[in-house]
Design a protein around this ligand. Structure first.
Ligand code: HNI
Length: 147
């Protein structure tokens, strides 16, 4: 089981409560689709992903970004049990969606950048370490049902 310090718990709770899921999720997913264009292949039903401007203004990207953040919110609320919390989501991404698990880390990194941009000077190395540890645990839990 993952051990969390008081600082890590407080930082993760406070960062996620400061995020507007409607905005930050879409920003992170849009960034992922622009920077790592191969990730677009899973979103064939999302319509126009032709260039960065189209991706940024695509309402389906924004809506799905919010869904991803709501998924992460479940991990924030179950920090001591992320693996079990994500068991079904992991099966879904593996067996139904066939998402290459390397992509989880790419999206997590994009979210880290969105958080950094929002926090500015408050995004200290300690805060970054806490966020990245949390996202690494989420990613590893999402990878769990892959074989
Ligand atoms: Ni992901 C659906 C959470 C990374 C492609 N994804 C979901 C759902 C949640 C979710 C929640 C909705 C499930 C349901 O309907 O029951 N996804 C997460 C989280 C991460 C993640 C927490 C990582 C941080 N997903 C990714 C990545 C890709 C991805 C990296 C592809 C590059 N996800 C999908 C697709 C769907 C999806 C595709 C289905 C979308 C749809 O609506 O058809």
């Amino acid at each position: 089981m993952v051990e969390w310090t008081e600082f890590e718990r407080n930082t993760i709770q406070s960062v996620f409560s400061s995020l507007d899921y409607d905005v930050a999720g879409g920003k992170a997913l849009a960034r992922c689709l622009v920077v790592y264009p191969w990730t677009q292949r899973y979103f064939g039903s999302f319509g126009n992903l032709y260039n960065a401007a189209a991706i940024k203004s695509n309402p389906m990207v924004a809506a799905h970004g919010k869904v991803v953040l709501q998924g992460l919110d479940r991990a924030v609320k179950n920090m001591d049990n992320i693996k079990a919390t994500y068991a079904e989501l992991s099966v879904l991404h593996s067996e139904k969606l066939h998402v290459d698990p390397d992509n989880f880390k790419l999206l997590a990194d994009c979210l880290t950048i969105v958080v950094a941009a929002q926090l500015g000077a408050a995004f200290t190395a300690d805060v970054q370490a806490a966020i990245q540890k949390f996202l690494a645990v989420a990613v590893s839990s999402l990878c769990r049902q892959y074989h």
